[in-house]
Structure formats: structure tokens, C-alpha cells
Design a protein. Structure first.
Length: 365
């Protein structure tokens, strides 16, 4: 079992990474001195029952409530938040009680946001159950919900008290979910560590097949990269924007398809990475050799053709959703682009006309 300590201005906390570590959950919580009388477990319905049973048996609390959450982008909204808050109020939870999230990024975002709102903040334990949430969304304190204007536009920065990532949970996931999580691992390597990217390129099949030592190394290295960035810029004022590489495109792609099952978040991020890499080449900020290396890697994931999902009719929607991206501070759209593998340009302000032309000619042609 590995431990990564996250030190932000608002809170210090540990991430525990290992295989089949739920049996130690009670000891870990005691060691971390996280005390509470009542617990609300918000559990993604897709989490296998045997894992839920194991987690529940290792939680010591007077009152233990389980809410099985139907995790989807469409349910990541204020209606779900209000439902959770109602449970907390009806059962007289205090600020010293805890919400425990067991699920992927959507479940973690909903649980963290509710934790930040209830009585201005209660304890929050995050147990990510997907690869994507273990390597990305469980770290750094971003919480929030979607609305008709776009993805994650309403939310807060609220750090958990502890994160527990058990790679055994990944064995229950379909391959589609593994690829989705891999999108964020790949993103971390591209923005910060070329050596790690080359490791991923060499071990791609082993990672997707969940080879124990290799997947754990990929999770650990990915978390280390996010730790470095989040500690330097907790509230996304500057450096943390790098973590949005591929996401300005990706979020717009998701929203354009109305967050349907045709394209989930990780897949949208892969298409976003493809698009941001093409934009980097268009702006002449990355050399052709590294550009081709990234494209070759993406082709092995079979995510290189946006026209499978979009056509010219979608152009206005895609661009308009990009314009609502929360990282924009003017009428221009900001993109993260690559200088080279392992290094990024954080502020690339492009006019609406230039973005429209790029999407039309480079992505939808």
C-alpha cells in the first residue's frame, strides 16, 4: 500500500493506494483520526454488492445510511443535491458527521458538493471506484453539478478528509470504463512527464488489461503529477488550468450530445486530447515528431475520428458550449496546448471565428 500526502492551503490529507485494502478501512480511518457518529454512504448503483458489504462492515458509526445513487451526467444536478441534503436534515446529521462517497467521478462530485453545502461543511471521505476517479477526480477538491448551460458550472472547491483507492475495485469494470480512466492518466503524462508518457506507450495493453503492478504504477504516477499541480494552485488561478488539457473540447462534445451514453466523460476527454493536440500543431507549438507520436498512441485506443459522432450540423453547438467554459474570462475561448510532450501553454486566447474555423476545417472535415 502506498500513501500520497496532499498539502493544500485549505487542508492536508492522504491518498491510500493499494490492492484489496478495504479490509484495512477501519484501521485507516482510526489512524487518520476521522471521528463521527453518523455516516451517509452515497454509493453508485454499479458498485458490486460484495464491495459495498465489505466497506459497510468496516465503518464504525451509530447511524449508517446507504443511498444507492444512479450515477449519470443527467443526474449530476441540483435535484440530486437536494435529495441528499434532505436525507441529512431528516436524520439530524451534524457538521461532525460524514458523507462517504463510493463510486466514480460523478458520485464523488455530487457527494463532495453536498458535503461542502450542508451546514457550511461536513466531513467527507472519498472511495473512488473507477479508474478515472482514482487518478483524477478524487484528488484536488473540485466538486459540482451540471446545468443546461454546461458541465460543472456550479460547484465548490472542497477537499476530502481522506481518499482510499483500491485497485481491486477496477476488476469489476467493463473495458470501456478502463479506457475512460486511462484518458486522464494519458493527459497527466502529456502535460507534465514525457518519461511517463513513453512508459504508457510501451505498456498500454498491460494497463488496459489491469496487470496489477503496471496499473498500480500508472495510478501512483498519475496521482503524483496531480498532487504537484494541485498543491501549487489549489483554486485554479494559473498552473492548475493545465489539468484542463483536452477538456475545453471534451466538455463541449459531451454537452452537444446532451450527456448521452453515446459519449461518456473519459471518451470525450480522449477526443478532446486529440483536438487539443491538433490545435497545438495548427498553432505550431509542438513539433511534427511528437505530434505523430501522440496521434499514433491515440490510434491504438481507436479514438481518432470525431465524424463518427459529429457533423457540420453540430458546429454551432460545439463552439457555443466552449464559449461557456468556466476558464474563459472574455469573449475569446481559452485553450491549453502542448509546447512538447510534458509541457504546456496555459493561456491561448482564440477568437470565436478562429475556433469555429478550426473545428470546421480540422475536426469535422
Amino acid at each position: 500500500m502506498k500513501i500520497i500526502n496532499i498539502k493544500t492551503k485549505s487542508k492536508h490529507y492522504n491518498i491510500y493506494i493499494g490492492h484489496d485494502i478495504f479490509a484495512k478501512l477501519k484501521k485507516i480511518i482510526k489512524k487518520e483520526n476521522i471521528q463521527f457518529k453518523n455516516s451517509l454512504l452515497i454509493v453508485d448503483k454499479k458498485v458490486p454488492k460484495n464491495f459495498i458489504k465489505k466497506i459497510k462492515s468496516n465503518i464504525n458509526s451509530t447511524k449508517k445510511i446507504i443511498y444507492l445513487f444512479n450515477a449519470s451526467e443527467k443526474n449530476k444536478n441540483f435535484k440530486s443535491i437536494n435529495f441528499i441534503l434532505k436525507i441529512l436534515f431528516k436524520n439530524n446529521f451534524t457538521r461532525n458527521d460524514v458523507i462517504i462517497s463510493v463510486g466514480g467521478g460523478i458520485t464523488g462530485d455530487i457527494s463532495g458538493f453536498a458535503s461542502s453545502l450542508y451546514k457550511r461543511g461536513m466531513k467527507f471521505i472519498n472511495i473512488p471506484s473507477t479508474l478515472l476517479s482514482q487518478v483524477d477526480s478524487s484528488i484536488g477538491g473540485k466538486t459540482g453539478v451540471n446545468n443546461k448551460f454546461g458541465k460543472n458550472l456550479i460547484g465548490s472547491f472542497y477537499q476530502p478528509d481522506i481518499v482510499i483507492s483500491d485497485s481491486k475495485l477496477l476488476e469489476s469494470l467493463p473495458r470501456r470504463e478502463i479506457i475512460c480512466g486511462y484518458a486522464e492518466i494519458l493527459k497527466h503524462s502529456l502535460i507534465k512527464n514525457k518519461k511517463f508518457f513513453l512508459y504508457l506507450d510501451k505498456n498500454l495493453n498491460n494497463i488496459l488489461n489491469l496487470e496489477k503492478k503496471i496499473i498500480e504504477k500508472a495510478i501512483l504516477e498519475s496521482c503524483k503529477i496531480k498532487k504537484i499541480i494541485v498543491e501549487k494552485d489549489e483554486n485554479e488561478n494559473n498552473l492548475r488550468k493545465a489539468l484542463n488539457f483536452g477538456h475545453t473540447f471534451g466538455h463541449a462534445f459531451e454537452a452537444t450530445l446532451n450527456f448521452s451514453n453515446k459519449l461518456n466523460h473519459g471518451e470525450a476527454v480522449i477526443y478532446g486530447i486529440l483536438s487539443a493536440t491538433k490545435l497545438s500543431k495548427k498553432l505550431k507549438s509542438i513539433n511534427n515528431k511528437e505530434y505523430q507520436l501522440i496521434l499514433s498512441h491515440l490510434s491504438r485506443l481507436k479514438f481518432t475520428n470525431l465524424r463518427k459522432l459529429f457533423n457540420k450540423k453540430h458546429l454551432n453547438k460545439i463552439v457555443n458550449f466552449m464559449l461557456t467554459d468556466k476558464k474563459n474570462t472574455s469573449k475569446k475561448i481559452n485553450f491549453i496546448t502542448l509546447k512538447k510532450i510534458g509541457s504546456v501553454n496555459i493561456n491561448n486566447q482564440l477568437t470565436l471565428a478562429k475556433v469555429r474555423s478550426f473545428v470546421d476545417s480540422e475536426l469535422l472535415k
